[in-house]
Design a protein around this ligand. Structure first.
Ligand SMILES: [Zn+2]
Length: 247
């Protein structure tokens, strides 16, 4: 077979597979009916909200995602307002999109993102809004960190190699440094994963101790849970390990 012939055969197969994928996607997007505008049970019970995320993450790990409605019917159904059943504070890392990792759809999650999921007044205000400004209010907040976090790597470089990143990125490493200081005595290969966990725990504590958000968490009985998205371990790849769960 000539190179030219082989090249056109590959081109044909490529185009055929893309067309088949398009038909399959189009079919799955249009065949499912639109769900309710919000999830009543999960919205009112933080334990059920957490279980929905655990179940969704299992589907993600097993590549058995639900056929969510991303169509006009669903968009029209949720136009009445924001009604997420959980808030997620997480890193901007494009490998860890919360809706995908937890297999959720439109209007399910209230997401606050920024590199290293650092806490600013704006982040606190956003989470506060999800509790006080939405009906029903969010009753579960997840602080989601992840392995191989670039923001934490930068903070480790700053602490151990005295290399401060340029511009506004330095504000991120400044916020993450306390988590890195806690892993000073660890072997080098343990610093990154352990600092990621400490960063989640410290952020959870910051939320609980905030003068506005803290009392709200108690009064509204909002659960705050920390988790780490596993990236490096092949067997557990894609799993969110939840490691704090207190009211
Ligand atoms: Zn990250």
């Amino acid at each position: 077979m000539s190179d030219r012939h082989e090249s056109s055969r590959r081109e044909f197969l490529y185009r055929a597979s893309i067309t088949a994928l398009g038909v399959a996607l189009s079919s799955s997007l249009t065949s499912c009916s639109s769900g309710p505008p919000f999830r009543t049970e999960e919205s009112t019970d933080p334990a059920k909200a957490l279980q929905a995320l655990v179940d969704g993450n299992r589907r993600f790990m097993e590549a058995k995602l639900m056929p969510h409605d991303w169509n006009l019917e669903r968009r029209n159904a949720v136009v009445t307002g924001e009604q997420p059943f959980a808030s997620v504070l997480c890193c901007s890392d494009p490998r860890v999109p919360p809706e995908v990792v937890f297999d959720q759809g439109l209007n399910d999650l209230f997401i606050v993102r920024g590199a290293g999921h650092t806490v600013t007044d704006q982040v606190l205000g956003s989470l506060e809004y999800s509790i006080t400004g939405l009906k029903p209010p969010v009753r579960l907040i997840v602080v989601l960190g992840h392995q191989d976090c670039g923001a934490i790597k930068a903070a480790i470089k700053e602490v151990f190699n005295n290399v401060t990143p340029p511009g506004n990125i330095a504000s991120l490493t400044k916020a993450i440094r306390p988590a890195v200081e806690l892993v000073r005595e660890l072997p080098e290969d343990r610093r990154l994963p352990e600092a990621a966990k400490h960063n989640v725990l410290l952020v959870v504590r910051q939320l609980r101790e905030d003068k506005y958000l803290g009392p709200l968490l108690k009064d509204k009985k909002v659960h705050v849970v920390g988790g780490i998205y596993q990236m490096e371990t092949p067997i557990e790849s894609g799993r969110v390990e939840f490691f704090t769960a207190t009211p």
